[in-house]
Design a protein. Sequence first.
Length: 131
Amino acid sequence: MEAREIQARNIALELVKNANENAMQVVIHGKAYKPDVEYCDGSYSLLIGHYCEQLGFKPVYVDPLTGDNFSPAGPAVFLLAHSASTTYKNTGKNSADKLYCNIPNGSIVVDPWRSYVNKNCTVIHYGNTRR
């Protein structure tokens, strides 16, 4: 549990740092516990959001299953909190990653799954120690 808390705070620090440096809002893409699940109990996204708020930055969530619909007006700092392809890998469930909203050009995307590619955004493959 301690490692989970530390990692959530570290991701929040990365989001807030980029948001402050670029005058952008923080958008957490995926609020529920995991992809294709409607409840939020145990959601890692909410824990990261909690730390963002402690750092003085209230994030916006986007997740259609939780009723959090959001369409950004301009570039923002996005955390790709959900990855169905990773979550359901080797389970037999056919789940592809999908975006819950448009990610505007010029955005900063923090991707802890290290698989997102977008030439019109700055993509940070968070946690990639093999650069």
